[in-house]
Each structure stands twice: as structure tokens, then as C-alpha cells.
Design a protein around this ligand. Sequence first.
Ligand code: UDP
Length: 480
Amino acid sequence: MAAYDQLHVFFFPMMAQGHMIPTLDMAKLFASRGVRATIITTPRNQPVFSDSIVKATTELGRRIQIVVLDFPAARAGLPEGCERLDLAPDDAVPNFHAACAMLQEPLEELLEQHRPDCLVADMFFPWATDAAAKFRVPRLVFHGTSYIALCGWYNLRVYDPFKNVTSDCEPVSIPNLPHDIRLTRLQLSPVDRGLLDSYSGELMKRVRESDVNSYGVIFNSFYELEREYADYYRNDLGIKAWPVGPLSLCNESRAERGDKPSIDEHQCLEWLDSKAPNSIVYICFGSGMASFAPNQLGELARGIESSGLDFVWVIRKGRGEGAEDEKWMPEGFEERTKERGLVIRGWAPQVVILDHQAVGAFVTHCGWNSTLEGVCAGVPFVTWPMCAEQFYNEKLVTQVLRTGVGVGSKKWMRSGNDGVKSDAIAEAMKRVMMEGEELKSRAKAYKEMAKKAIEEGGSSYCGLTALLDELTTLHSSRKH
Ligand code: UDP
């Protein structure tokens, strides 16, 4: 094994697929460099990690350990078993965060007992900075998002560019960013619009503070993808940061990420193999953190059908989507499209699909993991941001990288997302698939850069080396 086998790093991800999946990849990446990794999670989320670690090559597997903390769902007023953020109804999200905060004490017990060399804890756990400080353990923040989103978020707060804007629909430039990034007020999160309950507002304030108060921030990104924003973050905002991604390339288990796929991998591959290269559109909107209104799902189905394109469409059984009865599904849709479409209800082996040569475009909500997975696969995007920081990620894709076109998503909405017409969906899909030669060649170039970034000597490889060297120096000084 590599040179860092004296280091022990704790990883504590938020209990949401989009946070646990890259953290598992990250723990494997650290372990591949010799580090001993401990992942902290809760009982119901344990399989996300344990199934994959058992399958990891033995030496790597031995270096990764899982510690399970009870999740105080009932104490925080949540239904028993509600241990993942996407399972919490909108009005119970503050309760979910409150339950997470109750994990500070058991975390402190673990830190006291094991005294790791570093704690990589999720952005949503700002209290982890205080816990780590008590035992002089350096705490790194993992946001699981892009540099551009964090730079935009930061400048939005500092410059308040919406202060004197009267219209909700007027695009406003976020000041001082490397590009002219414009958003409307409707595309801001409720926290950024000052609309959220005080608990969530206070939490996000603490999240921002902990970026500055902690040892630094670790990014699932790579320098070549977000060059200007990585420099801006480090040099202009002055926050220590290390890019170590794309993490999805650092994990050999590709079919089962987060959950068990609802389709047999071989059946899925067989279907894809029967299609010509670059001929299908893959449509998936993440792990279910955001949901569509039933009407919007109907529009989506009509858009897919009228595009005339071949497709794989992942339909989630999300919160309040009417997904169970699928009354929104146009009658006869599957019969009419059965030659050209594969519908996956539930969980798809996303990375396997994206990497298949038949895939020519990815319709995505711009969740950061999906965005990076698309970048690694070299596919152009149709962007459809819904919530979280996805509107910034869309700008990265459509305006900075120029590897995608948008469907025209206008409003930040976590539940019941609505407002995009079938024509716009079909149009964007056709534009990317049929006229997108330049988008495609740029997308291919970023795929190559992503691969190089994690290879020995690449930017992310060196980013991780720099971090591990620093932790080794701290390790030695703590011993004396
Ligand atoms: N994912 C998957 N199969 C699915 C849906 C999602 O494997 O059917 C994975 C996807 O590959 C990505 C993660 O779940 O790694 C979703 O993260 P992202 O940041 O894109 O979106 P979120 O779910 O956090 O909104």
C-alpha cells in the first residue's frame, strides 16, 4: 500500500444518497492511498456502505470500517425509520436536521476514543467542527457540490444583488464571479430568499461559518472542470480547498451505487447493446430529493414521445408524485414507445448506463453527482434544475463548459416541481442529439480531462497528495 498508512480518517456523510455515494467513493479513494478510513452512519443506511465494502478488493476492504450510531428519529419528532433526508416530508426537514445535530455527543465519544487524524464531515453538520475542535482533530467540510455553486452562494450573501430588485423573474448578475452568472429570484433557494423557517435559516448560517472555521473544504470536482472557480474560491474567498474528484471514477463497483438497481444489469446492457452508438437519451432526476407535480410528469412523457428519440427513462416513486398510480402517464405511452424506450421504475444503475456507448445525451436535474457522472461519461446534457444548488450547476454546464442546453426551468421547487412544457423538453432533447456536434466534442474533451485528473500526477491525484502530506505533518506534530 501507499505511503499514508499511519493516517486514520473519519468520514461522516449526511444521510442522503447524493451525499453517501460520493463519501463512500471518497473513503475508497483514501484507502487506496493507504489511509485507514472509518465511515460513520446510521442503522438503516449501513447497507449503502457495507454491501459495497464487502465487494471491495480485500486489501482495500480491510482498510475501511463502518461505525453505526443510532438515529434519534422519534426524539426529533420523526417517524421511526426516517433515516434519510429524502424520506422526510418537507415540513419535517427541520426535525431531520435536529435529529442529526443530536449525533454530536456520540460523535464526540467516538472522536475521544479513536482520535483520528481528520474528520471529513458533511456540510449539514456544522456542529461537527465544534466536536472535532474539542479533540484537536482537523475537520474538513464536504459539501458534495461544485465550486461554482459555493462561489455563487458566497457572493450572493456578501453582495445581496437582489436587494433592490422588484421582479421575481428578472435575471440578476451574481457580482464578482469569473463569468456573468445570472439568476432570477425565483431560482434562489428559500433560504437565499429569506423565506425559510428560522431553524433552517440558522442552520445554513452555521454551515457558512463552518466553511471558514474548519480546517478546509474537500471538493468532488477537478481543477480543469472549474478552473476559474477553484482559483476564485481559494484565492479570492480565501478558503483552503482540495479538489479530489471526480469520485465516481475512484470506485470500481459501478452497478450498485446507493441502492439496488430495479433492473437486472445484464438485461439493461443487452437493451443498450441493441442500440446504435449515441442514439439514446438517458433521463433521470437523481435520488428523489426533488419531485415533480403529476402534471409535469405527464408533460415529460409527452415531450419524450414527441421527440421521436430512443430513451431510457428512470421514474422514481418519489414523495407526492402520484408515482404509485401513474395517473399522469399518457394512455398507451409504453405500448407506443416499446421499441424505442426502456422505462426503469425505481433505481437505475446510472453510471453503467451513462458509460454505455449508446447514450448520446443526459437529461438531468443537475444534481452535482449526476453532473459529474455525465462529465465522466463524456455525454452532453439537457439541463433541468429543480432545487438545492442545481441552478448554479446548470450555468456551469450551459454557459461555462458549453456542453448542454436547458429546458428553461424557471423556479426553485423541491416538491411538486412544475412549469416546463412538453415542446420545450422535446426541443432541447432534439437540439442536443441532432445538432450538438460542438457540445459533443467539448463533452468528450472533459471526459478525457476527468480521467487524467485522477491518474497519478493528475490535478486531483496531486490535490489528495497535498492534503495527505499536510495531515501527515499534523499527525507527526500531534505525536510529539
Ligand atoms: N442514482 C442512481 N440511480 C438512480 C438515481 C440516482 O445510481 O436511479 C445515483 C446517481 O448516480 C448519483 C446519485 O444517485 O450518484 C444522485 O446524486 P445527485 O447529486 O445527482 O442528485 P440528488 O439525488 O442528490 O438530488
